[in-house]
Write a protein that binds this ligand. Structure first.
Ligand SMILES: Cc1cc2nc3c(=O)[nH]c(=O)nc-3n(C[C@H](O)[C@H](O)[C@H](O)COP(=O)(O)O)c2cc1C
Length: 340
């Protein structure tokens, strides 16, 4: 059967062999605090490439040491990170997958020792530390750190960059009125709350001409928070700035009870795709081939992002192909002795 899931997809000159994306997932696997690639990363990511995932997006990778979620996060805050990342990139590419990196800053959700920063001095919850309100100099430095991260990602050979603007981390903290109470040009109106993300995108685009994705949280699940309606104009702005795809997640700006079920975030991806006329990725409890195919064929998203299902089964694309009644090429090694 001709499927959409296994049809190629070209975005800004980069062709993915299928529409299956490994969603970014922190592995908390740097055994020291240096943020460098370890054996775990060199086994974990290439395994999904052998499994025929079209695009693998590396976990949230910190643009500053202070911007890590945990002290075991991968980092890209120094030129010393480039070597390990370059090796990882080549290991993944060797097996026919494309590889992206998620550039991140944890903001007030950082759990590393020392000062934490955010747009306003409000903690995430009663259990977390109170961040320092960022000065203009902090803002400039952080934008510069995203740009440096993008330059290093290019040096390491990544195909795609994704900016992490979701899940209540720093950029999301600027976007949401729940975490941004600033009185200056970075807070207040929707336009002002967008300014930080807008400047990060421009800074990244100065050094990066490849495909650029942005991950958003399309709902704060809070009466005074942002909803997908607020993200449609933001998505239009991103498109104008040259963002190629919005990876549509949700939540985690403030603690909230979220009712989750298969495809619960897909309507957000669909709304943004239709109303902002930009490519989207759908994510969240996508586990079967037909579920993925439905999302694509009904024009609800352009790519499907899988996280936990690819932890359970790195060879999920083979299972999905079987379910959809199609076959996909296997690594040549599988064909050598016995028919796969
Ligand atoms: C172990 C783990 C780590 C994660 N780390 C990240 C991350 O670094 N960046 C991110 O944007 N989302 C992260 N997520 C969220 C996933 O990318 C995905 O959006 C979420 O798990 C829903 O998809 P799923 O139902 O297919 O797992 C993580 C999820 C898991 C399970």
């Amino acid at each position: 059967m001709e499927t959409m899931l296994f049809s190629p997809y070209t975005i800004r000159g980069v062709t993915l062999k299928n529409r299956i994306v490994m969603s970014p997932m922190c592995m908390y696997s740097c055994d020291t605090e240096d943020g460098k690639v370890r054996n775990w990363h060199k086994i974990h990511y290439p395994t999904r490439a052998v499994g025929q995932v079209g695009l693998i997006i590396l976990e949230a990778t910190a643009v500053t040491a202070q911007g890590r979620i945990s002290s075991r996060d991968l980092g890209i805050w120094s030129d010393e990170h480039v070597g390990g990342l370059r090796e990882l990139v080549s290991l993944v590419k060797e097996h026919g997958a494309k590889i992206g990196i998620q550039l991140a800053h944890a903001g007030r959700k950082s759990e590393v020792d020392g000062e934490i920063i955010a747009p306003s001095s409000i903690p995430f919850s009663e259990k977390t530390r109170t961040p320092k309100e960022m000065t203009k100099a902090d803002i400039e430095e952080t934008i510069q750190a995203f740009q440096n991260g993008a330059r290093r990602a290019k040096e390491a050979g990544f195909d795609i960059i994704e900016i992490h603007a979701a899940h209540g981390y720093l950029i999301n903290e600027f976007l949401s009125p729940l975490s941004n109470k600033r009185q200056d040009e970075y807070g207040g109106s929707p336009e002002n709350r967008y300014r930080f993300l807008g400047e990060v995108i421009d800074a990244v685009k100065e050094v990066w001409d490849g495909p650029l994705f942005v991950r958003i949280s399309a709902s704060d699940y809070h009466p005074e928070g942002l909803t997908v309606k607020d993200y449609v104009p933001y998505a239009k702005r991103m498109k104008k700035q040259g963002v190629d795809l919005i990876d549509v997640s949700s939540g985690a700006v403030v603690p909230a009870n979220i009712s989750v079920y298969p495809g619960y975030q897909v309507p957000f991806a669909e709304t943004i795709r239709r109303e902002a006329e930009i490519a989207t990725g759908a994510v969240g409890l996508i586990t079967s081939g037909w579920q993925a195919e439905e999302i694509l064929r009904n024009g609800r998203a352009d790519l499907v992002f899988l996280a936990r299902e690819l932890l359970r089964n790195p060879y999920w694309p083979y299972a999905a192909a079987k379910e959809l009644g199609t076959t996909i090429p296997a690594p040549v090694q599988y064909e050598r002795g016995w028919r796969f």
